[in-house]
Design a protein. Structure first.
Length: 740
């Protein structure tokens, strides 16, 4: 099922003039409706008007663009009407285990907050309070009908994305950390780490929590809206329906997006401009995601903004409703057209209409129901959902046709009043997802069956049981089919993944490991040099040379050492140096363990810094190539982490003695491994963004290491330097600021 898109045109403000109205819902002129109000054709026209929006071409006022959506609501539509038509029908699906996402999209000042939150009076209440009211009503009914056997629990979390940072709206602004809360992927769903979830046993509780939280939301006055939302606000209402052993969880997400702003019109100051840039960027990424999905591109840039990551449009299961808010007047002309184009693409996005699996208490139950495939659905544009092309008049028709053949296809179509073409209502009318003609046995929510039959009689119970059995059999057969298909897809995916990983690994081994190896030779050379083992030092420098062929300092060092050794008649006896293959441990025989431990304990950290300084050029290169690979690297690194642990590391972990970390290093690693953004950002040279990136990186490593019960840990400075966004220089900086 595709995303349901409805448009709502707000009424005129007192300061706006009727004369400037350019956005008109409906495909017939209002005059025509006035004349023949009661005629059958006018009634049909009124129906059709529900799905079309007309707006003139900004370059040619005589030409009208027409956009078609699932429904269109004019300025006279009340909050109650909108809720009943669009949101109320989703409530029963929510209770049947479907997730529901409702979001308002539009330019600033078009009525998103009015639609989602609404006013204080009963009739002005928006979608959110009405949705909660409906949820509590249904919960009470379920509990009453089941005589207490079913229990419904409502939990709520509420957060905002402000300047691309996530903040808990249950926390007052003064308690916020600069970096905000990190995001994490959890089995295909994006979750906010550390978000408060409050139980809301009654509507009253909800209202007081919601009102309180809204005072924490970032709003400001702009020229276009006295209470402009400066953030995207996301309310998640978790519904936990427990019936005996069975628990079903579903989530209703209501999202009030911040509005895009044309800063030539807002006359925003510096602070508002920063917010505005962030709002516009995230909305731009959202538009790019929608475009990429509709063009069936393989890469959807969800991760480029926190909002798109959370919204995951087209990847989320359940039902998705987008309310497109529009201002009716000319001053919004271009913005309105751009919003209409965005909505036009969005309506083609398909979402998987799958209810959440129930969970069972107690010992694991054998079930013949195969669980829903966890991989995300392929995204397909809905070919049937195209706008209706309506030529302006008969004379122009043939002419236009010729021109149209030459023109590239438009995302919207030109409309004429004279020849209304009936929209494909059948393809657009929204039917209950449980009643769709497409065979989808999963939609026959089997949890519903006993509930409807148990009241009749005992024999009705038996019938229900038989029906349930039959449905389960069908489901099992279907699931078997699905799982075969799924298996094949997985195998194919695995093969592709494997190939990509191999390429990645080859790249890493061929370039970055080589550099790491080069650096380790340099480190070894420094150590030999420090112990006045010049011959070994020379050999090490020479081994490092191929990795840094353009390093002048290194060349000079080699030349100097050669000269020094040539001038010495008898070289002193040296320790044995074994050089196994690339990427393996360099083992050195040294005098005594005691001496070795002491010398390295004193030296390890300084050595690290020295070699870092001396070969800063390489380090930067190395770091650069490292960051270039970004996330893939983190994944590959985690894969290789066990190998890495034994490699000569930049912290000097060569040989036993070097495995001892200095207190400073240990402190630094403890701070990093605490994953406390607040603490990490206090490290020298680490800002809030970097701290957040480090924590994100650790979280990503957890995901890669999903099989491990333990959280991923950074165990050495070298490992730390390999994290995304962290280089050797940063590590050195961090370390130098740590107190011992
Ligand atoms: N359908 C409507 N009926 C009555 N008033 C409306 C309607 N839609 C919007 N308004 C009024 O228009 C003004 C702006 O609306 P609102 O704050 O909801 O806009 P917004 O799109 O959320 O703006 P921003 O993106 O800047 O937060 C408010 O005063 C609101 O009451």
């Amino acid at each position: 099922m595709s995303v349901r898109v409805v448009a709502r045109v707000r009424p005129l403000w007192k300061t706006e003039r009727e004369l400037d109205v350019i956005v008109r819902p409906g495909n017939v002129s209002t005059d025509a409706l006035k004349v023949k109000k009661d005629s059958p054709s006018a009634k049909a026209a009124v129906k059709e008007r529900d799905t079309l929006i007309r707006i003139p071409n900004p370059k040619n006022e005589g030409e009208q663009y027409t956009f078609q959506f699932n429904a269109v609501y004019g300025g006279e539509t009340t909050q109650q009407e909108l809720f009943e038509a669009e949101v109320a029908p989703t409530v029963k699906h929510l209770f049947n285990g479907f997730d529901v996402t409702i979001f308002a999209y539009g330019v600033t000042g078009t009525g998103k907050t009015h639609t989602m939150r609404g006013g204080k009076s009963l009739q002005d209440r928006g979608v959110i309070p009405r949705l909660l009211s409906a949820i509590y009503r249904r919960s009470r009914k379920i509990e009453k009908d089941s005589e207490g056997a079913s229990k419904v629990e409502v939990l709520m979390s509420y957060y905002e994305i402000y300047n691309d940072k996530v903040f808990d709206l249950f926390e007052p602004p003064e308690k916020r950390t600069l970096a905000g809360l990190p995001l994490r992927d959890n089995h295909g769903k994006t979750v906010v780490v550390g978000l408060t979830e409050r139980p809301c046993p009654s509507l009253k509780d909800f209202e007081s929590l919601y009102d309180q939280a809204n005072t924490n939301r970032s709003t400001s006055a702009t020229k276009l809206n006295a209470h402009s939302s400066r953030s995207h606000a996301i309310l998640c209402v978790k519904l936990v329906v427990t019936n005996g052993e069975k628990t079903r969880v579903s989530i209703a997400s209501a999202i009030d997006l911040a509005g895009s702003e044309d800063n030539r019109r807002t006359e925003n100051g510096k602070e508002r401009m920063v917010e505005s840039a962030s709002i516009n960027k995230s909305l731009f990424v959202l538009a790019q995601c929608v475009e990429a999905i509709s063009k069936k591109q393989s890469r959807i840039p969800y991760r480029e903004s926190k909002m798109t990551r959370i919204l995951s449009l087209g990847q989320n299961n359940g039902l998705t409703l987008m309310i497109l808010n529009l201002a009716p007047i000319r001053s919004y002309h271009l913005d309105t057209i751009s919003s209409l184009n965005f909505a036009n693409r969005t309506k083609k996005i398909e979402v998987r209409e799958v209810e959440n699996e129930p969970m069972f208490k107690g010992p694991p139950r054998s079930t013949r129901l195969a669980s829903a495939p966890s991989q995300r659905q392929p995204l397909r544009p809905l070919i049937a959902s195209v706008n209706v092309n309506m030529p302006v008049n008969d004379e122009k028709k043939a002419e236009d046709k010729k021109v149209d053949e030459k023109k590239p296809a438009k995302a919207f179509f030109v409309y004429s009043d004279k020849q209304p073409v009936k929209p494909h209502r059948t393809s657009l009318r929204r039917s209950s997802p449980l009643k769709q003609s497409t065979p989808n046995v999963r939609r026959q929510s089997y949890s519903k069956l006993p509930k409807e039959t148990e009241k009749i009689s005992v024999s009705a119970d038996t019938i229900a049981e038989m029906v349930e059995k039959k449905v389960e059999q069908m489901l099992a057969a279907r699931a078997l089919d699905d799982s075969h298909q799924h298996q094949a897809q997985l195998e194919q995916m695995n093969e592709q993944m494997q190939r990509r990983l191999e390429v990645l690994e080859r790249r890493i081994e061929g370039t970055e490991d080589a550099r790491a190896e080069g650096l380790s030779y340099l480190l070894m050379a420094k150590q030999h040099h420090g112990r006045k083992e010049f011959s070994s030092a020379l050999r090490m420098y020479k081994l490092a040379l191929p990795f840094f062929p353009r390093n002048q300092k290194l060349a000079i060092k080699i030349a100097n050492l050669e000269e020094k050794l040539q001038s010495k008649p008898k070289p002193q006896p040296e320790p044995t140096v074994t050089l196994p293959g690339r990427g393996s441990i360099l083992s050195i025989s040294r005098p005594t363990k005691m001496a070795r431990t002491n010398s390295f304990r004193d030296m390890s950290d300084d050595e690290y810094q020295e070699s870092d300084n001396e070969f800063a050029g390489e380090d930067e290169d190395y770091t650069g190539s490292f960051t270039g690979l970004k996330r893939k690297r983190a994944v590959a690194d985690t894969k290789r982490s066990s190998l890495f642990d034994h490699q000569p590391s930049l912290s000097g972990s060569v040989g036993d003695g070097l495995l001892t970390q200095s207190p400073r290093t240990a402190n630094l690693l403890a701070i990093i491994n605490s994953r406390d953004v607040g603490q990490i950002k206090l490290l020298k040279g680490v800002g809030a963004k970097k701290a957040e990136a480090i924590v994100d990186c650790l979280c990503e490593m957890d995901i890669v290491n999903e099989s491990s019960a333990e959280q991923a840990q950074v165990r050495s400075l070298a490992e730390l330097s390999r994290l995304k966004g962290v280089g050797l220089k940063t590590v050195q900086n961090m370390r130098s600021g740590v107190l011992v």
